[in-house]
Each structure stands twice: as C-alpha cells, then as structure tokens.
Design a protein around this ligand. Sequence first.
Ligand code: NAD
Length: 437
Amino acid sequence: MQVAMIGAGYVGLVSGACFSDFGHRVTCVDTDTAKIAALKAGDIPIFEPGLSELVATNVAAERLFFTTDLAGALEEAEAVFIAVGTPSRRGDGHADLSYVYQAARDIARAIRRYTVVVTKSTVPVGTGDEVERIIRELRPDAEFAVVSNPEFLREGAAITDFKRPDRIVVGTEDERAKQVMTDLYRPLYLNQAPLLFTSRRTAELTKYAANAFLATKITFINEIADLCEKVGGNVQDVARGIGLDNRIGSKFLHAGPGYGGSCFPKDTLALIKTAQDHGAPTRIVETVVAVNDQRKRAMARKVIQALGGSVRGRTVGILGLTFKPNTDDMRDAPSIAIITALQDAGAIVRAHDPEGVEQARLVLSDVTYVDSPYEAATGADALVIVTEWDAFRALDLKRIRALMGQPVVVDLRNIYRSDEMAALGFDYSSVGRELSP
Ligand code: NAD
C-alpha cells in the first residue's frame, strides 16, 4: 500500500520505517528541511535503538522515502498519517493543536483521491471532528475519512513496540476506512495483535486514559516509597508483592524520581483540561500531576540531605539526563528540575549521559558535561543516578569510590543494593529502601 507520514519525529519516523518494513511504500514528509536533508543523506536525527538499520534497509529497498513535498507524497497515498507534535500549550496546559490543524490544511490542499486521514498524534477528544471540518471546508469535493489511531510505542523500545503491540486502536465508523486500516496493519494482525475498532472519540480518549493510568501507577508507587522510607519498608518488595497479583501487574511499579518525558506530563495535563472543560473533572489525575510536580525538587532535597544539609560550593556528579534510558529525548526529563534545584542551592554540576548531552545543552545551563561516569565521579562530593542506563548498572564501584571527593551516592533508580554499597564504604541512599528508623 502507499502511505504518507506527516512528521518525521520519534513517532512518525519509527512508524514510517516499520510500515515500510512490512512491505508498504511509505513517504515521510516533514516541514523541517534540515531533518529531511539529514534523512536523505542517511543520518538519523534521533537516537532510537535499531532505527538507523531499519531505515537504511527500507531506503535501499526503495520502500521508504523522505520529502518536504506533501502534494507529491499524497498523489498515490491510500492513507496519510498525521504524526506531528502536540505539546502543552504555553500558559494553560491544553494540547497545542496548531501543528495538527496545519497538517489538516496541508492535506486538504493536496488531496487527490479517496484518502484515509489517520491521526496518530495524541490529540484531545473531538480533534478528529475538527480535522474533518477543516478538510471539508477547504475541499468540499474531497473524498476522505478521518480516523483516530493513537500510538502507544515507548521511546527506547519503539520498533519492538510498533511491531509487537499489545493492541492497535482504530477509531472510525467508516467501513471503507476500516478496510484500509485492516489492510495496513494486516502483518501485525497476523501476529495476533488485536485490532480494536472503536468510535473516533473513544479512540482519542483511550490514549489519554492509558497514559494517565500509567502515570498514576508510577505516582502511586512513588508515594508508597516515601512511606517505606518513613516506616522502614522496602518498596521493591512491596512492588513485587502487589505486582504478582494479576489484577495489578508488575509493570510501572518502579519507584523513582517521578515521571517525565515527552508524553506523560503533557498528556495528563491535557486530559485534566479536557475533563474540566466538560464538567467531569479527573481528580485522581489532577492529584497525580500535583504529586509528581513536587517530587522532582524533593529529589534534589534528598541529595542536599545526603550531603548534610547544604550543597553550596559542592560538586554533584549526575549520571543520566534523558527521561529514560535508550533515548536522547530530554523533553520534561526529571533531571532538568533536579539539576536546576541543585544549582539553585549552590551546587556545581558535572553530568554524563550516553546519548542525551546534545539535547541537554539546549535546556540546561552551567553544567559541565563529561564523557564517562568515572569523569562525573572525579572529585564529586555526591554522585546521583538519575537515569538507569545499562552502562550505569555495572560500574567499577571501587574505582568510583577512589575517584570521589566524598563517597556519597544517591541512587534515584534503585539499581544498586544498599548492603553492597555500604560494604564498599559508600554513604548510599536510594528510593523507598531506607533502613527502619
Ligand atoms: P516530534 O516532535 O519528535 O516530531 C514531530 C515532527 O513533526 C517534527 O519533525 C516536526 O518538524 C514535524 N511537523 C510539524 N508540523 C508539520 C507539518 N505541518 N508538516 C510536516 N511535518 C510537520 O514528536 P513525536 O515525539 O514524534 O510525537 C508526535 C505525536 O505522537 C505527539 O502527539 C505525541 O504525543 C505522540 N506520541 C509520542 C510518543 C513518543 O514516545 N514520542 C509516543 C506515542 C505518541
């Protein structure tokens, strides 16, 4: 099948590459000329494991193309996906739909044949209606259907997630569009991935409900971690103890510095706003957002406490900047709030991240970036593990101990064992695993 993908970012590029790998002919369109030039030259603008190889294979097989020309891409396309950004609107937290609506106008101008317009971006309920209205208004003659097909992939595991999804949600009541979507996803359907057809509004809401639920799960275990610290419990054991119950499930029960990233913060906020606008407030999600916002600076206070109450003039080494491992994405990463709070308290920050430094430079200032965890530890008064990259899981701890000015380690991802760290002579603290008072 012929597919056009508008937006060659984390979602568009991965989805486009995966669809082409299934055998479809995909053209990725982006307004960012530098991004398209890089992709044409074989450079992948983001870090995502396996993506570079997947793109190269499908470009070589002449199934995957890049362009800034939407009209050309739409000429033969049976489906056009909108995979542009929907960030938080400055000031009020609603989703900023300007990129989606611009894409809708671009599609309207270029549409030539019956086309299924698929919104893959995460958009508030009712956005599909507006996309349809925009296209209809500009092109009353056009033959098209607007479908919602939210994306559930995770950065860092995006290709596997796209190719082996738990489910594919397709929101449409148009029979012709249903057939196109079924044909597009047939390779996955054959892999037993359930294709769930719903109304368009239901599909739009499903994405927000999923992200809000996951954010709630994380925030719940984070609060249990705080309680563990007060009463002398171990949050990892609690998580195991509840997670083995099938009704709860073990995923997303890792206590840490609070959720961040390109989706949960903006999507929880947008859901709250939609719910308030419709007079059906989601109070649980409102609380989740408030609790999570507090948590990041609380993590900085944890570091300050570990250093005896003051970090003024002290050097803090940071391991991990991206919001999770295996991505270079810094959008709303907890490290930003933690580092800023430490700097506010007078700390000197040295940081190492395997992939995120280029993006981090754009959002953080006065940080010295170093090339290895050992350099981050050198002369540091405290070392803080913020992101659990694999490279930090088996550090030469004796070497780290020898390099540090003071052997204080604050492990915000619980990747080391308290007893082992103590035996090595570290003053070690983690999340929800303190000894009883
Ligand atoms: P991104 O910022 O990485 O990519 C968006 C791309 O769209 C950019 O390259 C931008 O230049 C391009 N663009 C904007 N307007 C355009 C237009 N009119 N025509 C062509 N290109 C245009 O964003 P992303 O992380 O890929 O997210 C895209 C959407 O998918 C968002 O709604 C997001 O919430 C959702 N989503 C993201 C993830 C994730 O893990 N990143 C997962 C699931 C869903």
